[in-house]
Ligand binder design. Structure first.
Ligand code: GLU
Length: 397
């Protein structure tokens, strides 16, 4: 059987694949400590979970409107107004099976064959692949650690062509935690908007901010920017609801309608029960979010401090999200237990086999000199995992 080129040209998501490998090894009885997938280790707050249980008991178990139930769309509009100063109406909102699906819908609705999509690197692993799956061409622009891993207007301008259709702006960023200041977003938008380039603003980590970092939603910069922006968000990271699979997009009406139509053919509505739970998440008590955030902040301190004591590794303090992107270039060319480390994948493989520590190589995010640790895991795992990494790397020759 001959598979379509689009299927032949992509592999599995590296974050999910590394997570699956770690889990498989654990099942085989190997004590693997995992820093792979970005998934809060907390339970979904109880009032949200109970709303889901009640939904099942009440028989709320049927198809819903393809773009989501009115209550949830209203709750999303209220949230966007309350938290982001954004005015959207329910018809501008499409609820999907996770924010990943929202991004996919947006690309389906926007990208023609050969359209170019700007992706600042490091980027979340699925952006490039989703662009390719939709016939587009990812135009990757590497950012610099000295600039806080943020795209500059000069870098952006250099890569624009008359085929540039869209750009991804992901703040707080996965994997670096970088948070764009309002002024920085304004400079980028002032280049993009006059050219009619669509901004795909992935804001899924907006609530995970540290040390007073301030989040600005791209569409809030002004009505003209809003007209060119699709805002992507979801409940997975903020409310520890990864398995419920609810994300959403808010977009100019015509784009939202197109995304809803596409979704109505591809997947129908998202899960009815999860939609009610997501409504409870957005409208209910926000105290659990602050509690989880406080715990992430503690883990971040611990992880950054520990990583910076490991010879050959260094990292900056991320301002947001729950990842540390550590520079490991100093280890390249060194040998440990007979294995030469030439790139981030070699290092990730070595740490998995020799230290039983799982993480995601920077190559998956478009910057090979780094590796990503997720600190959405316990302080105990962080302590023990980084001690193992340190011990194995101490053998580097
Ligand atoms: N976004 C998370 C991560 O980067 C979840 C896994 C995924 O979908 O990539 O780990």
């Amino acid at each position: 059987m001959q598979l379509a080129a689009r299927a032949r040209n992509i592999g599995a998501s590296p974050t999910l694949a590394m997570n699956a490998r770690a889990k498989e090894m654990v099942q085989q009885g190997i004590d693997v400590l995992s820093f792979t997938v970005g998934e809060p280790d907390f339970d979904t707050p109880i009032h949200i979970a109970e709303t889901g249980i009640e939904a099942i008991k009440d028989g709320f178990t049927r198809y819903t409107p393809a773009a989501g139930i009115p209550e949830l769309k209203e709750a999303i509009c209220t949230k966007l107004k309350r938290d982001n100063n954004l005015e959207y109406e329910p018809s501008d909102v499409v609820v999907s099976n996770g924010a990943k699906h929202s991004i996919y819908n947006a690309l389906q609705a926007l990208i023609e064959d050969g359209d170019e999509v700007i992706i600042p690197a490091p980027y979340w692993v699925s952006y490039t692949e989703m662009v390719k799956l939709n016939g587009g061409i990812p135009i990757v622009i590497p950012t610099m650690a000295d600039n806080g891993f943020k795209l500059t207007p000069e870098q952006l301008e250099e890569k624009l062509t008359d085929r540039t259709k869209a750009i991804f702006i992901n703040s707080p960023n996965n994997p670096t935690g970088a948070v764009y200041a309002k002024k920085e977003l304004e400079s980028l938008a002032s280049i993009l908007v006059p050219r009619g380039i669509v901004i795909i603003a992935d804001e899924v980590y907006e609530k995970l901010l540290y040390d007073g970092a301030v989040f600005t939603s791209v569409a809030s910069l002004g009505p003209d920017v809003k007209e060119h922006t699709v805002t992507i968000n979801g409940v997975s990271k903020t409310y520890a609801m990864t398995g419920w699979r609810i994300g959403y997009a808010a977009a100019p009406r015509a784009l939202a309608r197109a995304m809803a139509n596409i979704q109505s053919h591809a997947t129908s509505s998202p899960n009815s029960i999860a939609q009610l739970a997501a409504t409870a998440a957005l409208t209910g008590d926000q105290a659990p979010v602050q509690k989880m955030l406080a715990e992430f902040a503690r883990r971040r301190e611990l992880m950054v401090t520990k990583i910076n004591t490991i010879p050959g590794m260094s990292c900056r303090k991320p301002e947001g999200a729950f990842y540390v992107f550590a520079d490991v270039a100093d280890l390249f060319g060194r040998t440990i237990r007979g294995q030469q480390i030439n790139n981030s994948t070699d290092l990730a493989e070595l740490l998995l086999s020799e230290a039983h520590v799982a993480l995601v190589p920077g190559a998956a995010f478009g910057l090979d000199e780094f590796i990503r640790f997720s600190y959405a895991t316990s302080t105990d795992v962080i302590e023990r995992g980084l001690a193992r990494v340190k011990n194995v790397l101490a053998e580097a020759q």
